[in-house]
Design a protein around this ligand. Sequence first.
Ligand code: NAI
Length: 328
Amino acid sequence: TRTPVNVTVTGAAGQIGYALLFRIASGHLLGPDVPVNLRLLEIPQGLKAAEGTAMELDDCAFPLLRNIEITDDANVGFAGANVALLVGARPRTKGMERGDLLSANGGIFKPQGKAINDNAADDIKVLVVGNPANTNALIAQAAAPDVPAERFTAMTRLDHNRAISQLAARTGAAVSDIKRLTIWGNHSATQYPDIFHAEIAGKNAAEVVNDEAWLADTFIPTVAKRGAAIIEARGASSAASAANAAIDHVHTWVNGTAEGDWTSMGIPSDGSYGVPEGIISSFPVTTKDGKYEIVQGLDINEFSRARIDASVQELSEERDAVRELGLI
Ligand code: NAI
């Protein structure tokens, strides 16, 4: 039998945690034949609720779930971790400046990065979900000099999935017919969902849509502002869809992209497509055997260039800000 994979989830008692843990335990994160140990990392106020969730996990009698550990000590939470999902973060509250938001999150992601550095397994893979996800990932990465930089990733898969769904609705295509969609840049309102290289049942998506005004004025803002629209409708932020995207991100990273397709991941830039090296930006990537590669050689038209540059500019500013705060 296979050795269980240790999966650490921070913010385990939160909304996303509640939607995420049951799917990890039922085999959707890694595969139907991979046993898992769950490590739930919370702050002291979250421990009791995490214990309640663990009771429910027990009550599911998931055949793949070996054990659950609950802790507020990051060194314990990340001990031997093979996969870490960093969900817990400090949300922006009313009147909070960007600097305050970044330092509050620095206080979370810097020590967690260090704890990963000191305690995780050699093959650790990290996905940051907690916002601002790209820059939180950068902070954690900087605090983990012994972990290869490319193991720190940020989630733009929810944006990717949202864009596929919007494109399917507009064109009447099946979701499964849409391939090679790309989210570029930051997981924020400046993100750029790119359909110029996407395919719908083998045809170029931009040609199928053939409506640049729809792209600029409807599609892009709908995808970029979807989070706010969910809050408005549901009275709470996206949780199940965010958890689903986290599952997709890790599953694709571990198990590979399909032939002829790619996905979107926030990853440290190697300078491709003019994105400054080192910032954690979303790119089109293929994955295989637990490794990812940026899709190279795509033609970037003017429409795309301006939007990628704007989002990357925002990421560079966030990096400069956390540098000034001494967080990286
Ligand atoms: P939530 O507020 O329901 O849960 C957050 C949990 O994190 C709480 O239980 C809290 O106690 C815990 N926490 C806070 N600091 C912690 C620390 N230092 N260590 C461990 N746990 C800690 O929030 P929700 O809805 O689950 O969202 C979590 C994060 O995910 C937010 O930052 C949200 O903005 C982000 N998000 C990101 C998305 C993406 O596409 N990248 C999509 C949706 C949400």
